[in-house]
Ligand binder design. Structure first.
Ligand SMILES: O=C(O)C(=O)[C@@H](O)CO
Ligand SMILES: [Mg+2]
Length: 260
């Protein structure tokens, strides 16, 4: 049975960020993820987790100036010092929250730019080394170019090849099924083939990026596939509710009772 983590960046937006932890726990979630915790001190985030008995499944490294359109720094050659500082900051939040996986965003750069690739590998190797000392996995996520035009990491096979070339045991694939369907399709076979590299799974149903119960993908089938493939990690619910978050949670009822 999948273990679902509520994505507090997209879900429970009826509440302020810190109150989303309480709302997710009240709705029955035992784990949460979000893009960034950095607007709030680590101990405040940790307290929200603790008082609700929630596990922090995932968050992202600082992405640069998000409001100005930056989408990560890892592939930007001139930003390595900020990557290093971001890794240190993320580790402070990891120590407070107990998170065991952190996503590093690549940034906007041409995917065939050799300098960007060299910078990306340098950033990933640096971050992976620092995270390994804390027993944390570093996640790489291909993102579709319709939602994030110009994003450097936009292909699952190229990401898998890179993870193989880097060859560090704590560098893993963030398999976002929504992005996979938009970029390549062939979701079930992709999951099967890439499962050995996969450290985190996220869901939403295209085309609207809404709840998994309506759209072009058959999620009950894919959840059964995750079980069949022996996936033991979290499934992040990274979707935009069609309406009120709680009104859209009917899809989760058959999966309650395991660990979520
Ligand atoms: O957009 C996604 O998909 C994510 O998982 C984010 O962490 C990156 O924006
Ligand atoms: Mg995602």
């Amino acid at each position: 049975m999948p273990v679902f983590a509520a994505n507090l960046t997209m879900m429970f937006n009826e509440w302020g960020f810190l109150d989303r932890f309480d709302a997710a726990a009240e709705a029955g979630f035992t784990a949460v993820e979000f893009l960034f915790p950095y607007d709030h001190p680590p101990e405040i985030v940790a307290e929200r987790l603790r008082r609700n008995g929630l596990t922090q499944a995932l968050f992202n490294m600082p992405p640069g100036d998000w409001a100005a359109g930056e989408r990560g720094l890892a592939a930007l050659p001139e930003r390595f010092a900020e990557v290093q500082a971001g890794v240190a900051k993320a580790l402070d939040y990891a120590a407070a929250t107990g998170v065991k996986r952190i996503h590093i965003m690549a940034g906007l750069a041409a995917s065939d730019d050799a300098a960007a690739m060299a910078a990306y590998r340098r950033s990933v190797e640096h971050a992976a080394g620092r995270l390994a000392e804390a027993g944390i996995d570093l996640l790489l996520e291909p993102i579709n170019g319709r939602d994030m035009p110009g994003y450097f990491l936009n292909d699952f096979d190229r990401t898998a090849a890179l993870i193989g070339e880097i060859g560090l045991g704590n560098v893993k694939l963030q398999f976002d099924i929504y992005h996979r369907q938009i970029i390549h399709g062939d979701v079930a076979k992709g999951l099967e083939r890439l499962m050995p590299l996969t450290g985190h799974v996220q869901i939403a149903n295209p085309p609207g990026r809404h709840e998994p119960d309506d759209g072009e993908l058959n999620y009950p089938f894919l959840f059964a596939e995750l079980d069949r493939l022996g996936y033991q990690g979290f499934v992040g619910c990274e979707y935009r509710p069609r309406g009120a978050t709680l009104d859209g949670l009917g899809w989760i009822a058959p999966y309650r009772g395991a660990r979520s």
